[in-house]
Design a protein around this ligand. Structure first.
Ligand code: TXA
Ligand code: MG
Length: 332
C-alpha cells in the first residue's frame, strides 16, 4: 500500500509541576481522550483512559509501537481492580501484600471489565496494578476510571525515570507531562500471571523472593519473553486468535464468508456475506485500531467459513493493524 507516511498530529506538549491543579488538569485531559505522562514509583507512564478505544489507539500511535502489546490498567486500589479482573486466592494474597507497589498481576478479565479490547490486545486476560506514588494515586482517584499506561518512552527506547526523559522522547506527541521528580524504583514493575498458577512474566521492582515468601512456593517460569512479546504466535496460551480462518487483502467476498471492511468504498457482493463490519467507514486508522479486536471477535462468532479482510493502508497505526491481522491469518 502506498500513501504518505504521516506522523500523529503534532500537539503542543505542556509540562506542569505536580500539584493539585496539575492533577485536576491531568484528569480533564484523560477524560477528553488525551495522553498524560505521570510518575509512578517505578517509571513514568504514558496514560490514557483505559475505557476509550480511540484514546488507547492514539497512545500506541504516540509511542510508535510496531504492534499492539497489551497494556497495564492502573487503578487506585484493590476494589477498583476487582471490577476489571478475576482474583484467584493467590492473587488476592499478592495484592494484599504488595499493593500499592511495583507488582502487576495478569488475571482473567472480569465479565464487566471496562478496559477497551485494544488495550488488552484482544486477550481474555488483563494486566492490573496499583502504583505506589502520591501523584499517580491522586490522578487515578480524581479521574475515577482505569488508566492504561505503558512506560512513557518511544518504542524501543529505555523507560523514563524523569520528566525530561519523557519530553525528549514524546515532545509534540502527547498533551501533558506531570513532573513529579525522579521515580524512586527506577525499573518497571514485576509482572506475575495468576491464570493457572502463579508465573513470573517479567522480573522488575519487586523481588521474586518477596513474592515466593508470600506464596509459600516457587513461581513458575513463563516462556522466555512472554511479557515482552505476548503477541508472537503461540507465545501465550491465552493468545487471542480467531477460530475462523482469516483471508487477507480480499477484493470481494465468497459466499459464506464474513467481511472485515475498511473505508468508505462500497464492497462488491457484500450482500452475500454472513456479516459485514467496517473498522472505519471514514478510513481512519486510529478508529480502525480501536475497533480491531472487538470486530474480529464478533466476526468470529458469526459462523462464517472465513473472515475476509479488505486491504488496510500501511501508514501510521495501519502497520500495527496489518501486523496483528497477519498473525491472525498465520497457519496454526
Ligand atoms: O512499572 C511498570 O509496569 C510501568 C509503569 C508505567 O506502570 N509500565 C510498564 O508498561 O512497564 P509496559 O507497557 O512498558 O509493559 C507492560 C508489559 C508488556 O510487556 C506487556 O506485554 C505485558 O506487560 N502485559 C500486559 N498485559 C498482559 C497480558 N494480558 N498478558 C501478558 N502480558 C501482558
Ligand atoms: Mg515499556
Amino acid at each position: 500500500m502506498t500513501g504518505p507516511v504521516t506522523q500523529p498530529t503534532k500537539v503542543p506538549t505542556r509540562i506542569l509541576r505536580a500539584d493539585d491543579g496539575a492533577i485536576a488538569e491531568g484528569a480533564r485531559v484523560l477524560a477528553a481522550g488525551g495522553l498524560v505522562a505521570f510518575p509512578t514509583e517505578t517509571v513514568y507512564g504514558l496514560g490514557a483512559d483505559a475505557t476509550n478505544g480511540e484514546a488507547v489507539a492514539r497512545l500506541y500511535a504516540a509511542k510508535g509501537r510496531p504492534s499492539f502489546n497489551p497494556l497495564i490498567a492502573h487503578v487506585p486500589d484493590l476494589a477498583a481492580a476487582r471490577a476489571l479482573a478475576v482474583f484467584p486466592a493467590e492473587a488476592t494474597r499478592l495484592a494484599q501484600a504488595f499493593w500499592p507497589g511495583p507488582l502487576t498481576l495478569v488475571l482473567r478479565k472480569a465479565k464487566a471489565c471496562a478496559v477497551a479490547d485494544l488495550a488488552t490486545a484482544g486477550l481474555d486476560s488483563v494486566a492490573v496494578r496499583v502504583p505506589d506514588h502520591p501523584v499517580a494515586r491522586k490522578l487515578l482517584t480524581s479521574f475515577g476510571r482505569p488508566v492504561v499506561a505503558p512506560s512513557a518512552n518511544r518504542s524501543g527506547h529505555v523507560s523514563p525515570t524523569a520528566a525530561a526523559h519523557v519530553l525528549a522522547d514524546l515532545n509534540g506527541r502527547i498533551d501533558l507531562i506531570i513532573d513529579g521528580g525522579a521515580t524512586p524504583v527506577g525499573v518497571e514493575s514485576t509482572i506475575v500471571a495468576c491464570l493457572d498458577g502463579p508465573a513470573l512474566l517479567r522480573p522488575g521492582g519487586l523481588s521474586r523472593a518477596a513474592i515466593e515468601s508470600v506464596l509459600g512456593r516457587p513461581l513458575a517460569e513463563a516462556p522466555a519473553d512472554a511479557a515482552e512479546a505476548p503477541l508472537a504466535p503461540g507465545m501465550l496460551p491465552s493468545h487471542y486468535a480467531p477460530r475462523t480462518p482469516v483471508r487477507l487483502n480480499a477484493g470481494s467476498i465468497k459466499p459464506g464468508e464474513a467481511l472485515l471492511a475498511f473505508g468508505p468504498a462500497p464492497v462488491r457482493d457484500a450482500d452475500k456475506a454472513a456479516l459485514v463490519l467496517n473498522l472505519s467507514p471514514r478510513g481512519d486508522v486510529i478508529e480502525a485500531a480501536a475497533n480491531l479486536f472487538s470486530h474480529l471477535r464478533l466476526l468470529d462468532g458469526a459462523g462464517a467459513t472465513a473472515i475476509a479482510v479488505m486491504p488496510i493502508p500501511h501508514s501510521d497505526l495501519g502497520e500495527a493493524i496489518n501486523d496483528r491481522l497477519r498473525r491472525a491469518a498465520a497457519p496454526r
